[in-house]
Design a protein around this ligand. Structure first.
Ligand code: GLN
Length: 522
């Protein structure tokens, strides 16, 4: 049983189909795992009762040979900014601390219709504003790598996890590495084995960032390929549901389930989605892969850079053409995003006023005071500051100078990518992050904006351009922390990108974590 939580989703799906394991048994193990990993704080809500009900239904379908497909009975988790009907959806905030939506986000509905069962709602930076999962109303999420809890896992039998725990000098209680964010809870939920895949959201990198820091696959699809209906918005023009999984195949299986047009989201592509099937053997010879020089920037650590170059070399040795390219406006991405983010935040957050739903301040004598108190008590500093700055940028006298200018810069960033694709480049290869997971106390010594400017440097441009991107784990750093690379592709070219990601995955064989024994889940 201890190995089962680490198996590829497809294998587990086949075991369910063959009647070798009951969905109820999987759910039971997943639930016990959520209890065991409580100190890592990956979940805002464990949906235990719902999980039991959903897995009983799956058991029934298994017995009567009416399984709904490969995902039937498979435990998954969802970031707590996606609406789940009748289940708390908090955005890790006080504002929505008691919010129970009456409807499901489209992505959750589709997963349910495929038979997947929900383990819980995962932790995030409040309203997904952050890059570390350190700014949640419910406390930060801790990384498993380098934590004392790692002693419960072995890595592929290749080396002992205990050695890694020691070599980085973390005892687990004094200090710890951040999980990355803002979908850090989803990453840790998958990494520890409480579920086989999880949904994150990705506005500036929030799926790829924790995937990179946790050693997982993190997929950000093309903007509009997957419905945002029921995803509580951060920046509507950039938000996409993202996928955290242990393997590329698992990410593809989830993407194939959630992608496609949705009448509830007018920004989804209208074309019917054709499920992606990756070839058993991927041939990368002749592919033209660009290395953008702007990603070799200050703050990039030597280890991250040499990992990036090594992956480039592997691809070249296998017959791909590795070509230097330039995306000259890359360095403006962060500041441009910051303006656009705060403008959209100012408008999106205005719905939370204590009147319709969510938190309401106790004492007030006027409507104005009700709004002010509710919003100052219901939001953290980060959210409040973004609302204020956004409203400043949107003032009539500032609008042209900030919002309109930022929109123009956004177009230049998107055009950089267009030019590269037009020159015949198929994919771009970059690091996902400039560094490995920072430790918590170093990280929180910087403010949210500074954190994001470093953490989102490599991931943010893909959101500006609406293109797909994926983070793939490669190896462990000297400190024993995951190192990864990012691939980016033209819009709707997920298939090529995922095929190359799978090729890389097969070559580098990033270790899988396996529970050492059954005691935690039996
Ligand atoms: N770090 C960025 C922000 O705080 C992006 C977050 C995200 O992708 N959700 O806005």
């Amino acid at each position: 049983m201890n190995r089962i939580l680490a198996l590829p989703m497809k294998t587990v799906g086949q075991m369910v189909a063959a009647g070798e394991i009951r969905p109820g048994q999987l759910a039971d193990a997943a639930l016990k795992m959520t209890v065991a990993i409580k100190p890592l704080n990956a979940f805002v809500t464990v949906t235990g009762e719902l999980l039991k009900q959903q897995s009983r239904d799956a058991d029934e379908r298994q017995m009567t040979k009416r399984l709904l497909g490969d995902l039937d009975g498979i435990p998954i988790a969802i970031k707590d900014n996606f609406c789940t009907g009748e289940q708390l959806t908090t955005c890790a905030s006080r504002m929505l601390g008691n919010f129970v939506p009456s409807y499901d986000a489209t992505v959750y509905r589709k997963l349910k219709e495929a038979g997947a069962v929900l383990v819980g709602k995962t932790n995030l930076d409040q309203f997904a504003m952050g890059s570390g999962t350190v700014d949640s109303y419910y406390g930060p999420t801790k990384n498993l790598w380098g934590s004392s809890f790692m002693q419960n896992y072995s890595i592929d039998g290749r080396f002992h996890v205990d050695d890694i725990g020691r070599s980085n000098g973390l005892s687990g209680t004094e200090d710890w590495y951040i999980a990355g964010g803002s979908s850090g809870g989803s990453a840790i939920a998958v990494l520890t084995g409480t579920c086989y895949a999880a949904l994150g959201s990705d506005t500036g990198g929030s799926t790829r960032n924790p995937a990179s820091h946790c050693g997982l696959v993190g997929l950000k699809p093309t903007y509009g390929l997957v419905s945002r209906h029921g995803l509580i918005p951060l920046v509507n023009s950039m938000d996409v549901p993202g996928i955290l999984a242990r393997t590329v195949d698992d990410a593809v299986a989830i993407l194939n389930t959630i992608a496609g047009p949705d009448p509830f989201d007018s920004t989804t592509y209208k074309r019917v989605y054709t499920p992606i099937q990756l070839p058993a053997r991927v041939d990368i010879s002749g592919l033209r892969i660009g290395i953008p020089k702007e990603y070799r920037c200050s703050g990039l650590t030597n280890e991250v850079e040499s990992n990036w170059m090594q992956v480039g070399q592997l691809l070249e040795d296998a017959g791909a053409h590795i070509l230097p390219v330039s995306l000259p406006h890359t360095e403006y991405s962060i500041v441009c995003y910051s303006v656009l983010n705060q403008c959209e935040v100012a408008s999106n957050m205005s719905r939370f006023d204590g009147v319709e739903y969510g938190f309401r301040a106790d004492e007030y004598s006027t409507t104005k005071e009700l709004y002010a108190k509710t919003r100052s008590q219901g939001f953290n500093d980060v959210v409040r500051s973004r609302i204020l700055t956004g409203n400043y940028f949107l003032l009539e006298e500032n609008y042209e100078n900030y919002f309109v200018k930022a929109m123009k810069v956004r177009r230049l960033i998107a055009q950089d990518f267009d030019k590269v694709w037009q020159s015949g480049i198929d994919l771009l290869l970059t690091p996902t992050m400039l560094n490995t997971a920072p430790n918590y106390s170093d990280f929180i010594s910087q403010d949210n904006q500074t954190q994001c400017s470093v953490q989102d440097y490599c991931t943010q441009p893909a959101n500006m351009a609406g293109i797909p991107a994926i983070s793939i784990p490669i190896k462990l750093s000297n400190e024993g922390l995951p190192l990864s690379v990012q691939l980016m592709a033209p819009k709707l070219c997920e298939k090529t990108m995922l095929a190359v990601a799978k090729w890389i995955e097969d070559v580098v064989k990033f270790p899988v974590l396996v529970l050492k024994d059954d005691s935690l889940i039996s």
